[in-house]
Design a protein around this ligand. Sequence first.
Ligand code: HEC
Length: 199
Amino acid sequence: MRQALALLSAVLIVGCGAPEVDRAPGPSDDGSAVLASFPSNAPDHFGFGSDASAARVAMWDIDVKPDGEGLPPGSGTVAQGQRVFLTHCVACHGATGTEGPNDRLVGTAAWEQWPNGQTVGNYWPYATTLYDYIRRAMPQLTPGILTSNETYAVVGYILNMNGLVPADAVMDAATLPAVEMPARDRFVLDDREGGPEVR
Ligand code: HEC
């Protein structure tokens, strides 16, 4: 019994000693110490994964710039967009884009409502961002299900509900960048270069 206790306390004492473990590199650590501790017989590479094909890269390369660069071919009308909206968006954004339960999409008044009242009509500086955002993020539970034509169409419908394009508008890579957004002048380009200047 006494022997067992002695053994136990020895184990406890050993157990309390600070163990020597490799720490993950901290923010100011370039990781070279950890790399140097790898066994010298580690292979150059492990053969995991495969090269990203051009088609796969293209699936991720979907950003649309403010001037419309990156917009895909295709087009959609406001009327078609209404059908897309009523099928895929109305449950979360309401019949007129104002009822929620999620973000209000429609409304040109009331910059004063900030920070809770931003809409596409009073806050978004570029119409092209709508295409980019909806294509990558909406409908929220199933993003990616809309075709290019459906996306152009629902963008047109949201712009029309905001009074920014007429009911017979056709949205495509040429017409969308030409839409003038009311909030355009409320933003400036961020041309900071890492210095202290703040605009
Ligand atoms: C399941 C609910 C849901 C559905 C369906 C849905 N949305 Fe959304 N939507 C959201 C939520 C939640 C946000 C806010 C997301 C955030 O802030 O990160 C949002 C945000 C947005 C915004 C940005 C609003 C802003 O001013 O910031 C747009 C535009 C939008 N949705 C368009 C659409 C369109 C178009 C559809 C249909 C194709 C759609 N949404 C379907 C839940 C939904």
